[in-house]
Design a binder for this molecule. Structure first.
Ligand code: ADP
Ligand code: ZN
Ligand code: ZN
Length: 728
């Protein structure tokens, strides 16, 4: 009788909804390999790194390949995180191997060995101690004085910005050396010169008294002291010997913000963001897994941080769109954070001045405790909003005379001005004044829907904001050879140009993805400006981030497109953006003002927002969503498909529609996507909608394996998006 052979079930980063069976690597017994260990295995002609998720047996007669190498001595993924990730794979109906690969830092996903996570720092060497009294005054000497004691790099960042250059000088002379620091220093928090106001106190007390899983919505206007509440709650959590995880939007993770956390909490704060190298990320992830990192502050993917000693999770600006991953594994970091907090049995605080309607709804039905901060903290005042009706008014680069005058007087009073325009580039369209030709993206346009290319570089270049395609602007009209090509409309570049011409005596800084792709570049811009009078022109990158105490005027131009978008979430997004941008003014002692330029002053959204603020808007919008049967009163999933030609997406989605027949959900489509062609691909979609999660997920669970197996699936690129953030 042949005996069954023990095998390992491995999750691999491939788009197939199953595990793969392997024999253990030569010389290793399957039973000694634990779930959660990484394994290198042969896959086709490649080698892949996967994670062991189970043990099995193969009958005789089945030939299995043997794994190549066991990569870890113990499980890398285990406990709550592994369970939560398996849950996430089920919820997104995504292959678990891809979910695990998304959760692991790139270096570990590739199978690299676990890095050393010891905390390191710098200290004077013997030679340095001897040389110190003789060093000339200057930065190297100041650094040397600090390094009489061993210091870590975060501490140096806060104590002596720009310390790396003098460090290099000291190293060249062997005056300093790198040392391993004690594991976790005791917290040495810095006191603040104020005490929390009554609303803050109530919020802090509520979070403090939570035992086990407890979700809070902290709704507080900009500048009301939400961060202060987080800091106190985190300090409590640290005092109990637990770890805290703080999620922030991509642009919110500023050096300023990190410095505030570090000095206030008095412990090392690990930052996890896209600017880190793979090595640094792996170290941070592992330091959290080993319990060495006490406070982790990070962007979207930091939601996958292991938290063996979890005590608190905070999601700042919980409404922010950057929490949703837009390709691959389409998770929502806020939603997954809630799932993890429940599994970990810890409180979670969702903070925002403009909560997502989903979150507000959850608070209103009693799923979350609703905490409110209605006043600005300290002396700051909420700025008044003035609507400027620009119908029939002359505009210069989109700016009314009224706005220009307000800018002039704000500058004359020594203040700074923010001009917000959510459109980068020079102009949204290049038009031939003689024949009406305009420049369209060849890769994103279809006959029914041409997609204009944005004019950049003061009219010299064209660029598609959907697919990135670029080309030089033509010298003459390709249709009629006329030289009368005119950029139409205004982007941030053109507004910058107009403001520079009008206010030559002050700096005009443009902040958008084109000018300031990099986090550090953004910081440098703000540092350069300092407290001097000046103008910032930019897109939503300006809506948050760096605090500008001297900002006294915010001018909002060209939001009118947003008032008439087809996407059901566009109103919510616009209202959030307006409130957030307006909130930038008057954050310190100086009073602020907001000017809102529009051709539609009577629009219901603007009226509600101006009269009742975001809460009134949100109530009205929730009522509309309820009537229309849209989220949060319905649950959606979007099945997207694209291909070079129109037929395959149609055929695939038609087949999917067939498969979904008989389930209790509404299916709309196949429909062309709102952007029916992009980067040379024809795009279509099927919208699935149900009034409860149960039936939606039951249907998806039943049909997803069949969709993977459809012959039509092989001719398209397709994906499922559960809880889509937009239908784009
Ligand atoms: P938010 O996160 O809601 O935008 P912050 O926590 O950043 O607000 O607070 C805004 C400013 O007010 C910060 O400079 C902060 O130090 C200060 N602040 C917060 N709470 C108080 C308070 N109770 N009294 C005085 N100043 C405060
Ligand atoms: Zn022409
Ligand atoms: Zn394009």
């Amino acid at each position: 009788m042949p005996v069954p052979v023990p095998t390992l079930q491995v999750a691999l980063p491939v788009p197939l909804p199953r595990l793969f069976d392997y024999l253990p690597p030569p010389g290793i017994a399957a039973a000694t390999v634990a779930v959660g260990q990484r394994l290198r295995v042969p896959f086709g002609h490649r080698a892949l790194c996967g994670v062991v998720l189970g043990h099995g047996e193969a009958g005789s007669g089945i030939t299995l390949r043997a794994a190549l190498e066991l990569l870890d001595t113990g499980p890398l993924l285990h406990g709550e995180l592994l369970d939560s990730l398996r849950w996430l794979a089920g919820y997104l109906h995504a292959p678990v191997g891809e979910v695990l690969a998304t959760a692991l830092p790139a270096a570990l996903r590739r199978g690299e060995p676990l890095p050393d996570t010891a905390r390191r720092g710098w200290v004077l060497s013997e030679a340095g101690r001897t040389a110190l009294p003789g060093l000339r005054a200057g930065k190297p000497r100041r650094l040397a004085e600090l390094l009489v004691e061993a210091r870590d790099e975060d501490w140096l960042d806060a104590a002596l910005p720009g310390w790396r250059a003098p460090l290099r000088r000291l190293r060249e002379r062997a005056l300093v050396e790198r040392v391993v620091l004690a594991e976790t220093p005791a917290p040495a928090p810095l006191a603040v010169g104020f005490s929390p106001n009554p609303e803050q106190q109530a919020a802090i007390a509520a979070i403090r008294s939570a035992t086990g899983f407890a979700p809070f919505l902290l709704e507080g206007i900009t500048g009301s002291g939400k961060t202060e509440v987080y800091l106190q709650a985190i300090a409590d959590c640290l005092a109990r010997g637990r770890q805290a995880l703080v999620l922030v939007p991509e642009i919110g993770l500023t050096p300023q913000m990190l410095a505030r956390f570090r000095t206030r909490l008095g412990v090392p704060v690990l930052a996890l963001h896209s600017g880190l190298g793979d090595g640094e990320r792996a170290v941070a992830w592992l330091a959290a897994a080993r319990g060495q990192a006490r406070v982790v502050v990070g962007t979207r993917s930091a939601v996958f941080t292991p938290l063996p000693h979890a005590g608190l999770i905070v999601v700042d600006e919980e409404h922010d769109a950057s929490y949703k991953q837009f390709d691959g594994i389409r998770y929502h970091a806020r939603d997954f954070a809630i799932v993890r907090a429940r599994a970990l049995g810890v409180p979670i605080v969702l903070g925002s001045a403009t909560p997502a309607l989903e979150t507000l709804h959850n608070a209103q039905v009693g799923r979350y405790v609703h905490l409110r901060l209605r006043q600005r903290a300290g002396a700051a005042q909420v700025p008044p909003v003035r609507v400027v009706d620009v119908r029939k008014r002359p505009l210069q680069a989109g700016l009314s005379e009224q706005a220009l005058e307000a800018i002039a007087s704000a500058l004359a009073a020594g203040g700074q001005v923010l001009v917000f325009r959510n459109r980068r580039g020079y102009a949204p369209v290049l038009l031939c004044h003689d024949c009406g030709w305009s420049a369209h993206c060849p890769r994103c346009s279809s006959e029914e829907r041409p997609t204009p290319m944005t004019v950049h570089a003061h009219g010299k270049r064209l660029q598609c904001h959907h697919c990135g395609y670029r080309k030089p602007a033509p010298p003459a009209c390709p249709d009629c050879a006329s030289l009368a090509l005119q950029p139409q409309g205004n982007g941030t570049e053109r507004i910058e140009e107009a403001l520079q011409a009008r206010f030559p005596e002050v700096p005009v800084l443009r902040i958008d993805r084109g000018s300031t792709g990099h986090r550090d570049a953004l910081q440098r811009h703000f540092d350069d400006l300092g407290e001097r009078p000046g103008i910032l022109v930019g897109t939503q990158m300006l809506a948050k981030g760096h605090d500008l105490p001297n900002l006294t005027l915010v001018v909002v131009v060209g939001i009118d497109e947003g008032l008439f978008s087809a996407d059901f979430r566009s109103g919510e997004k616009l209202a959030q953006l307006l409130v957030q941008v307006a909130g930038r003014a008057g954050r310190a002692a100086r009073a602020g003002e907001v000017l809102l330029q529009t051709h539609h002053p009577e629009h219901a959204l603007l009226q509600t927002l101006l009269r009742g603020g975001y809460p009134a808007f949100a109530q009205a919008e929730l009522a509309l969503r309820e009537v229309a049967g849209l989220p949060p009163f319905a649950h959606m999933a979007l099945l997207r498909a694209e291909a070079r030609h129109a037929d395959p997406p149609q055929q695939f989605l038609q087949a999917a529609r067939q498969a979904l027949q008989g389930f209790a959900l509404e299916v709309a489509g196949p429909l062309p996507a709102p952007m029916p062609r992009r980067a040379g691909h024809v795009r279509a979609q099927l919208v699935l909608c149900a009034n409860a999660r149960g039936p939606l997920h039951a249907a998806l669970q039943a049909v997803m394996p069949a969709l993977h197996a459809l012959p039509e699936a092989r001719r398209v690129r397709w994906s499922l998006d559960v809880d889509p953030a937009d239908l784009y």
